[in-house]
Design a protein around this ligand. Structure first.
Ligand code: ASP
Length: 427
């Protein structure tokens, strides 16, 4: 009997998880064992396994990738192309969000600023404080400062990806500048490490359907459907904007720049997209993103090992879009006049902060608090969106990694790579 493709297994897990989550409440138990606790355990185990792979995979893939590119010219060209793609796609995403938030005005309910209608519970304010603390615009500078880590081991231990990426790029670059026997043994070592990490990824991926089932059942149990009603217009605005970016703008960009068939790319990326959706973390999904981009989409290791780890950290289209819509929704809800200057400020700060947002669940909230501070609103405003944040996080994370993968294909094509999205390299 033919084995069901991984993405189908994950889709079935998603459906079953939604049904389970709707049937049971967080307190449901059998023989005194709470389902919620079991799902939490299994989901965390799966997430831990994915996270375990990240540091060695990112370091090894970047070092071998950069060393493979060799000279400064190739690296400069690849870097410039990647940054151009990241900026363009994120900006397009933000502008889509900006357009829709102005069209739907989710923060205005029956002609009134929604703050009064929705109310802010003391609970929500406390959660906001614990999640985002007192952030302001000076934190943007902090993000860029952490690019050069004082201690690379600490950066790895604390998941400071930007610092780790910077170190790996510099290491890979200078590895090609040392004498032959050392350079070769270094290269073999890092290449070997990279291959081992990819094998571990393949192995962890086999558990994806179970992990996804547990993670999603937990979210559905927690959130239920009630939370969506008062925030329905906001929810739909974000979802609609994300869908436009995901289904129209990115595929069009890809078709225009490469002539390749975007439908094939959706198919190639399906397991990674579904995992991003279930885990709400681009970082945790990175191993799968690399696996799908290399094995299914046929992008070379040279390109993907540079574009993807960097992209997972700095290129977050879904996040940038969400930040813009959420900040303007809160501003509308507080009755703030949305002048052109305010909107422009939101666009720029959303673009900058999306670069620094950590690739973990709910990380956008910190960035949104920075935007709110910039336009003169209190951080408690975030309390308005908390109820639906988790589900929207799932959607924006999938968009984040889809954008990275489109970038990898577009850049690979521009570098003259052949056999992209032909299905030939499919596992
Ligand atoms: N969860 C998102 C990610 O990992 C970041 C965010 O928007 O909160 O890509």
């Amino acid at each position: 009997m033919r084995k069901l493709a991984l993405h189908w297994q994950i889709i079935i897990a998603l459906v079953l998880a939604t049904v389970t989550g709707l049937i049971f409440s967080p307190d449901s138990a059998i023989f005194g064992i709470r389902f919620y606790a079991v799902f939490d355990f299994i989901g965390t185990l799966f997430l831990n396994a994915l996270k375990m792979i990240i540091v060695p995979l990112v370091v090894a893939s970047l070092i071998t990738g950069i060393a493979g590119i060799g000279g400064g010219k190739g690296l400069g060209r690849l870097g410039a192309k990647s940054l151009l793609f990241y900026m363009t796609s994120s900006l397009l995403a933000i502008l889509t969000g900006l357009f829709l938030v102005n069209l739907f005005n989710p923060g205005i309910i029956d002609g009134q600023a929604a703050k009064n209608v929705l109310g802010l519970s003391a609970d929500a304010v406390a959660t906001v404080e614990s999640k985002v603390g007192g952030k302001d615009t000076s934190d943007i500078a902090g993000v860029f400062l952490s690019m050069v880590p004082t201690n690379v081991v600490a950066a790895a231990a604390n998941g400071q990806m930007l610092g780790l990426i910077f170190f790996s790029i510099v290491f890979g670059y200078f590895m090609t500048r040392i004498s032959e026997p050392y350079a070769e043994s270094q290269f073999n070592f890092w290449q070997g490490l990279f291959e081992v990490m990819m094998k571990i990824t393949e192995w962890v991926m086999r558990f994806a359907p179970i992990g996804v089932y547990a993670l999603v059942a937990k979210v559905v149990m927690n959130t239920g459907l009630g939370a969506f009603k008062p925030l329905a217009v906001f929810f739909i605005t974000v979802l609609f904007a994300l869908l436009i970016h995901f289904l129209i703008i990115l595929p069009m960009l890809m078709k225009l720049l490469t002539g390749l068939n975007p439908v094939r790319h959706f198919k190639a990326m399906a397991p990674a997209l579904l995992t991003a959706f279930s885990t709400s973390s681009s970082a945790a999904t990175l191993p799968l993103t690399m696996e799908c981009v290399e094995k299914n989409a046929g992008v070379s290791n040279r390109t993907s090992s540079f574009v993807l780890p960097l992209g997972a950290t700095v290129n977050m289209d879904g996040t940038a879009l969400y930040e813009c819509v959420a900040a303007l929704f809160i501003a509308q809800a507080y009755g703030l006049e949305l002048s052109l200057t305010t909107q422009f400020t939101v666009v720029v700060v959303a673009l900058l902060t999306s670069i620094g947002v950590a690739a973990i669940p709910s990380a956008s909230l910190v960035a949104i608090s920075i935007i709110l501070a910039t336009i003169g609103l209190p951080a408690e405003g975030i309390g308005l969106i908390l109820a639906v944040d988790r589900v929207l996080d799932m959607c924006r994370t999938a968009v984040n990694i889809f954008s990275d993968s489109c970038g990898a294909v577009i850049i690979a094509h521009s570098e003259g790579e052949e056999g992209l999205l032909t299905g030939e390299k499919q596992a």
